[in-house]
Write a protein that binds this ligand. Sequence first.
Ligand code: SAM
Length: 288
Amino acid sequence: MTHANPLLAAINMEVSPTTGPANTQSLSSNAYQSIRQFIYQEAGIDLGDSKQMLVTSRLNKRLKHYQLEDFEQYFKLLSQSDAERQMAIDLLSTNETYFFREPGHFEHLRTEVLKSHPKDRVFRLWSAASSSGEEAYSIAMVLDDFFGRRVNWEIFGSDISSRIIAKAKAGLYQAHRIDAIPKDYLSRYCRKGTGQYQGFLLVDKMLREKSRFSEINLTRALPDVGMFEVIFLRNVLIYFDHSTKEKLVRNLVSKLRPGGILYIGHSESLKNMDLSLDLIAPTTYRKI
Ligand SMILES: C[S@@+](CC[C@H](N)C(=O)[O-])C[C@H]1O[C@@H](n2cnc3c(N)ncnc32)[C@H](O)[C@@H]1O
């Protein structure tokens, strides 16, 4: 589907311009190992030994698009084209997210963290690996609700996937994905689409203006993003091996102010890592 409207285009952006079903090419074990190595080097994502089906189903449309005969040819192309490398990263990363996912963190933020923030300093929060922005905008609703005009705040969202960052910037979501937004927030912070936006919801302009998104690979040296009071680093650590995880978390912690808070996903752990963090609640850490 193509849209003249850039907001709808961002929402519906299909990563593959293919038409019709792809003829599925099989993935040899050599080609799987090459692609596994590629995504590990590029994004730190460890696919393990048994994700052949996932790789085949996600990348097959690219073979069809380029009319390639096998994954070996596609792998060659990957080493020659930056654009195709980004496309493969987009396709191989999992972007599942939704508003107010793992709600305990939002409650902790509201009841334990925000109240002690001094009025004269901007409250800065990083949604690292933000996916399409639902996490960042959920936080934005909580911050506006709590701080009102008393404290200035800003959210920085980042992800490795350029496609998903475009969606986050648009702040436009399919209406069926908003079930977990509290009713009060829904009426205050979300605009129901009409006309060409029928079936969509647009996050309030003020919240979008206070939320900035950028493409960042967390496994590489971090750009100068400044310091943060809080970092959400949720449901991304599961894709990395222990040493990648430890290095990455240490880098992120260096961007937290002393006493700052780090939230990780409920199925993730920072066990056996030498980090200057205290565990203060499940999956919630305070920088020492
Ligand atoms: C499952 S989503 C989690 C989104 C959100 N934090 C949440 O908990 O709902 C994981 C995100 O991590 C991103 N990701 C994977 N590897 C990454 C990397 N090396 N650097 C930055 N983001 C990465 C993916 O693109 C994806 O959007």
